[in-house]
Design a protein around this ligand. Structure first.
Ligand SMILES: NC(=O)c1ccc[n+]([C@@H]2O[C@H](COP(=O)([O-])OP(=O)(O)OC[C@H]3O[C@@H](n4cnc5c(N)ncnc54)[C@H](OP(=O)(O)O)[C@@H]3O)[C@@H](O)[C@H]2O)c1
Length: 263
């Protein structure tokens, strides 16, 4: 397809899906997912849409989300919204736009994952600008999102905030070697933020849970034979999410069986 036609089609599909927000079916359960354009986020969108949930799928660049647009065409219950999670004004604007919308599951998935050049370097090769950005995207943004959408979650039936984290950030089970400083540090901060938040959410009947997706093949062109596919990991995580109760408030749990992971 010529490039100009392709861009026009993408723009049309984006407009089609973003104007549908007011038409979310009030009888359906609703999930809001950040970082919905690829990897684990995109697979969450696919599986929740197939379960017939309303899906508010947020992405940084709505004009570059071909796979998500295709899903939105197949499922009328997907709405695409622009959101760079470091833009807190935009988070507030979205919360205002959706203030009447119950959100059963708020799924913080977006992250700066360790694919940048310096990720596996020792401390002397660390990129401190990337470290600051990792903290902003991976730790502060999920906390801001939780605060902004807390009323929506508290008003819903399932009342769950689920935040994707990583075993790499665990003192107990993380790799005992010097690597991924920015990623591990930011996810460890995230874990503490959510643990601390759980003392507030308890009072509102909201469960906040940190979830490890395991090792998942999400880097295009790089297949790790020991990793799950996004489909396998997300299928397992959705069962875990479905079974979360207030007992899991403030816990860090595993994707396969919901077993508690040590900090
Ligand atoms: N894959 C694994 O093995 C693994 C293991 C442990 C934990 N996790 C966690 O699982 C989650 C998903 O992982 P993944 O492998 O699917 O990651 P990924 O393939 O690297 O995708 C990251 C997603 O986050 C989005 N994102 C990055 N910065 C953003 C920002 N500032 N604002 C909004 N969105 C932003 C990306 O959007 P763009 O396309 O616009 O960049 C993309 O949609 C992450 O929280 C990750 O830490 C993954």
């Amino acid at each position: 397809m010529p490039d100009m036609w392709r861009k026009t089609l993408i723009l049309y599909l984006t407009l089609l899906s973003t104007t549908a927000w007011a038409e979310l079916d009030t009888d359906l359960s609703t999930v809001l997912i950040t970082g919905s354009n690829r990897g684990i986020g995109l697979e969450f969108v696919r599986q929740y849409a197939e379960l017939n949930w309303n899906v508010i799928a947020t992405v940084r660049k709505p004009d570059e989300v071909e796979a998500l647009n295709k899903l939105a065409l197949e499922h009328g219950n997907i709405v695409i919204e622009q959101l760079d999670v470091t833009d807190f004004d935009r988070i507030d604007a979205l919360a205002e736009q959706y203030k009447e919308q119950r959100i059963d599951v708020l799924l913080s998935n977006a992250a700066l994952t360790p694919r940048y050049k310096s990720a596996f370097k020792r401390v002397s090769g660390m990129d401190f600008d990337t470290a600051r950005l990792s903290f902003e995207i991976n730790a502060l943004a999920p906390l801001k999102l939780a605060d902004a959408f807390m009323d929506n979650v508290a008003a819903s039936e399932y009342k769950k905030i689920v935040v994707l984290t990583s075993k790499a950030a665990s003192f107990e089970v993380g790799p005992k070697m010097p690597m991924m400083y920015s990623y591990r540090g930011s996810k460890a901060a995230l874990n503490m933020f959510m643990y601390t938040l759980s003392f507030e959410t308890a009072k509102r009947g909201v469960t906040v849970t940190l979830l490890s997706p395991g090792l998942v093949n999400t880097t295009p062109g790089m297949e790790n034979p020991n990793a799950s596919s996004p489909e396998q990991s997300v299928t397992a995580m959705m069962t875990v999410i479905d079974n979360l109760t207030m007992e899991n408030n403030g816990q860090f749990v595993n994707y396969e069986d919901g077993a508690v992971i040590g900090w």
